[in-house]
Design a protein around this ligand. Sequence first.
Ligand code: SF4
Length: 238
Amino acid sequence: MHEATAEPIQDLETMTAPEILRWALDRYHPRIAFASSFGLEDVVVIDMLVRIRPDARIFTLDTGRLHEETYEVMERIRERYGCAIETYFPDRHAVERLEQEKGFFSFRQSVANRKECCAIRKVEPLRRALAGLEAWITGLRRDQAITRGATHKLESDEAFGLLKLNPLADWSLDRVWDYVRGYDVPYNTLHDRNFASIGCSPCTRGIEPGEDIRAGRWWWELADEKECGLHSLHRTDG
Ligand code: SF4
């Protein structure tokens, strides 16, 4: 595991997304993996990754509450690229206990309950997925949310003790769509129903024109609370 440092080991801000991915794969494969929820940015990164290394590692967190459309696009990506998708499922004992004690929609009752569900279904599986890695890759973009405005292309992720690469950090949504259409990349059809980001079914919805991109997530919470802990442990959001 890479020892996290306060400063990035190299300034990648001026490099293109494929250049960053090539740099990272050359340096860290197989101790580097892409965390994909199969949103629009993620399928762009997958398309870039497999062009560089067909065996680049891709993992996803199957929370047990995903949309059918998400499983559909995962399967289409598998077929299109012939790539393996490493799946991480929550600890079944923790899910069984949560559902027995608090029901099936506890995440709607309070922010604390929502974070408890995310901790069980996302954060703990993510810790397992990242174990043994030196670096991970995400599809984060700066203009996705007020909580992501400071995203750099290369970061030291102190929460997990890894390097974190965000090759699309400076991409606009239009640029992402241009790539998807230009390369005919399979994408989640929820985006055709105004889903700006892809998450769990009960916690993600389409947005209205002009609404903030993150308005489709946990819409009953304040904007600055809307992280699931995957990218914000240092903000005590786990
Ligand atoms: S997004 Fe919703 S259903 Fe998914 S883990 Fe978080 S609280 Fe639970």
